[in-house]
Design a protein around this ligand. Structure first.
Ligand code: NAG
Ligand code: NAG
Ligand code: NAG
Ligand code: NAG
Ligand code: NAG
Ligand code: NAG
Length: 309
């Protein structure tokens, strides 16, 4: 327990010092990133479902060396496409069946919903994704150690045509491909109904994951079409882009289905915002039930007493 707390404080301190109010002017030493990386890796092994890593030997320092090797001295916009394969392979671990959750345009909600693997595993609930989630990085050929010290100047992962292969985009592409290849059992895809099209073909899911989902290992795909409580619904399960996605699953031999505004999603959103008018439904039925119950019990008691009188 003390050790867990220590790691948590360590990670918290590192986050606070290097990320909480990071600005384009903030300098990050490579040693800070290394400490954060190795700290997160140890924390994951300790804190996430540790039975997942039982039959894998993952050495956090060794993973860091692979990151260094992949990134150092690499150009900002012409990153080597295969540089992360070794790292991503070395960080793979077992994910329970029927727990793979793909998504597009619903971060951070999907991270709350997946609940650190208790409900599902998004890519960022696997070690591979967790280590790089919410971090910016890239190489710099003129730095002595080849790593950029001002990560805010890195191109990021959502790129335009003028900068197509960055340290971050190539990482997420590689990790997404591996994550999708490993999927088995029933899989889930959470898409944002307030964005049209809800299934954007040109996206991490469309480009890297969907083509790599293996129809021999995956039997069923359930599309969860979600929207925030006050956001408009621009596409439903009957919409064109969803039909297109379902056809692409069918073509792989995977049986697709789609749920508009899944009940558990709406309940979770309402749990954070119960006074929202869209939550009255849940509120009033719950309130009614709790008021009805003692009343009904009294009624039944009176009735049964009547029988004996
Ligand atoms: C790892 O362990 C899980 C059970 O926790 C098991 O189902 C799985 O097959 C194992 N994977 C390998 C590669 O041994
Ligand atoms: C890209 O990375 C791979 C794997 O590390 C390496 O084998 C290959 O030589 C690299 N390609 C270039 C052009 O540097
Ligand atoms: C859907 O996308 C909109 C616009 O980007 C965003 O504001 C909203 O939070 C997203 N909904 C969910 C559930 O993530
Ligand atoms: C942890 O993973 C095992 C499979 O390795 C699974 O049986 C168990 O339910 C998981 N625990 C939690 C809390 O997700
Ligand atoms: C590498 O870092 C140096 C020092 O911060 C900076 O002047 C230079 O612009 C960077 N190079 C690239 C390619 O970003
Ligand atoms: C899909 O999975 C099957 C069964 O595990 C495997 O034999 C096959 O090679 C996989 N296909 C691809 C393209 O990886």
């Amino acid at each position: 327990m003390a050790i867990v707390f220590m790691f948590m404080s360590l990670v918290a301190i590192l986050y606070a010092s290097s990320f909480a109010c990071i600005q384009s002017s903030s300098r990050r030493e490579t040693s800070e990133w290394r400490d954060l990386f190795v700290g997160k890796c140890l924390l994951y092994k300790q804190d996430y479902n540790s039975s997942l890593l039982c039959n894998t030997t993952i050495d956090c320092s060794q993973l860091w060396s692979k990151v260094k090797t992949a990134v150092e001295y690499q150009p900002k916009c012409n990153f080597n496409n295969s540089a992360y394969e070794d790292l991503v392979t070395a960080s793979q671990h077992f994910v329970p069946e029927n727990k793979f959750l793909f998504w597009e345009n619903v971060y951070p909600f999907v991270m709350w919903y997946s609940n650190r693997g208790h409900k599902y595993y998004t890519i960022s609930d696997t070690l591979t994704g967790y280590l790089f989630d919410n971090i910016e990085w890239c190489g710099n050929s003129t730095e002595a150690d080849g790593i950029e010290k001002y990560p805010r100047t890195c191109p990021g992962y959502e790129l335009g045509p003028e900068c197509q292969k960055s340290a971050q985009s190539v990482f997420w592409e590689t990790a997404s491909k591996f994550y999708a290849r490993n999927a088995y059992g029933d899989v889930y895809v959470m898409l944002n109904a307030s964005i049209s099209p809800a299934f954007p073909t040109d996206s991490y899911f469309g480009n890297n994951e969907l083509p790599n989902i293996n129809g021999t290992k995956v039997k069923k795909a359930t599309i969860l079409l979600v929207h925030s409580l006050d956001d408009p619904v621009l596409e439903k399960c009957s919409g064109e882009s969803i039909k297109n996605l379902m056809e692409r699953f069918t073509a792989k031999g995977i049986s697709p289905s789609c749920i508009d505004n899944p009940r558990d999603v709406q309940m979770l959103m309402c749990s954070e915002n119960p006074s929202n008018p869209n939550c009255n439904m849940w509120m009033s039925s719950g309130a009614k039930r709790s008021m009805m119950t003692p009343y009904l019990i009294c009624l039944i008691l009176i009735k049964s007493l009547n029988i004996f009188v």
